[in-house]
Design a binder for this molecule. Structure first.
Ligand code: ZN
Length: 311
């Protein structure tokens, strides 16, 4: 039996938002069981809560963003990935600006924060969404599908017409230690010709070689090079984990992504939640009630078995 988890104390970091270029302070605070991840945006006029739920998703071009009553928080995916990856269920993520700080473009800083705060179990079972039938979203040659599986896992493949990437594939078996070791440090990436276009349109204002791998036609512009030879596909796994966190509960299934992006990931989340006959929710309070009701039947059955030799 797995229990829900939160962090044991408050902890903060500051950095620049990738798209807004604004300096933001992010503070994570412990939250009670069944809270989920809730962002709290502080304004001069007060505070607005934005649950990390697909119902609060707003379409954006380059990141995953949430909005409630006109208050928006951009680029939530890397901090959501860190929380889901380390299996932290309940936390308040407070921000004094409209975008999660990019830090180094990966989930690394958030993982270090969560570990410094400490992860603690709570007195409530963790629900899981267990996939029973495949659910798929396709767009042209791109697709994401989630299939039944005994354990949560991800198979991800990317393909770019660039000598540093070309075709990369990654198989990820879900665990907090695997997330920290294999996925958390993989940074976001962009192509130089696209970056120039984004800057011309006033986007990616906070983007730099400090928080993005930038690829020119010849290679990588970042002097320190890559952290993994297949850092690109590892970052796609990171984005998948962050985007799928918008389900609100961890999944048990095999997530297969082929050349997908944020828009396709979030469409899959929507489709999963619509297709309620394709999954079951495990470990809910209802399950517990059913288990308690069925317990006397099990005893009665055992008793009948015990007396059977007498016949
Ligand atoms: Zn990303």
């Amino acid at each position: 039996m797995r229990y829900q988890q939160t962090i044991s104390q408050s902890i903060s970091c500051s950095g620049v938002g990738l798209h807004t270029g604004q300096r933001v302070t992010l503070t994570m605070n412990p939250a009670p069981p069944d809270t989920g991840v809730v962002f709290i945006r502080h304004h001069a006029e007060g505070a607005v809560s934005l649950a990390a739920a697909i119902s609060n998703l707003v379409p954006t071009e380059l990141c995953t963003a949430l909005s409630v009553n006109g208050t928006q928080i951009k680029t939530v995916e890397h901090v959501l990935a860190a929380l889901a990856g380390l299996e932290v269920d309940n936390v308040y993520v407070e921000l004094d600006g409209g975008e999660v700080p990019a830090m180094d473009g990966s989930s690394s800083a958030f993982v270090k924060l969560i570990q410094a705060a400490g992860v603690v179990p709570q007195n409530r079972r963790r629900p899981y969404l267990k996939i029973m039938q495949p659910i798929e979203v396709r767009e042209g040659g791109r697709r994401v599908i989630i299939e039944p599986s005994a354990t949560p896992r991800i198979t991800c493949s990317v393909e770019y017409d660039h000598p540093m990437i070309q075709a990369q594939a990654y198989v990820y078996e879900w665990s907090a230690s695997a997330f920290e070791r294999e996925i958390a440090d993989a940074r976001t990436f962009a192509f130089l010709n696209e970056v120039e276009g984004l800057w011309a349109r006033g986007l990616a204002k906070g983007g730099s070689l400090e928080n993005t791998i930038v690829l020119s036609e010849q290679g990588v512009l970042n002097e320190s090079g890559l952290r993994f030879q297949n850092e690109f596909v590892r970052h796609k796994v990171l984005d998948l984990i962050g985007d799928l966190a918008l389900l609100g509960v961890p999944f048990i299934g095999h997530l297969i992504a082929d050349r997908s992006g944020h828009a396709l990931h979030t469409k899959l989340v929507e489709k999963i939640l619509e297709q309620t006959d394709s999954w079951v929710l495990l470990n809910t309070e209802e399950d517990l009630a059913v288990a308690h009701k069925s317990a006397p039947l099990v005893h009665a059955h055992a008793a009948s078995l015990q007396v059977s030799p007498a016949f």
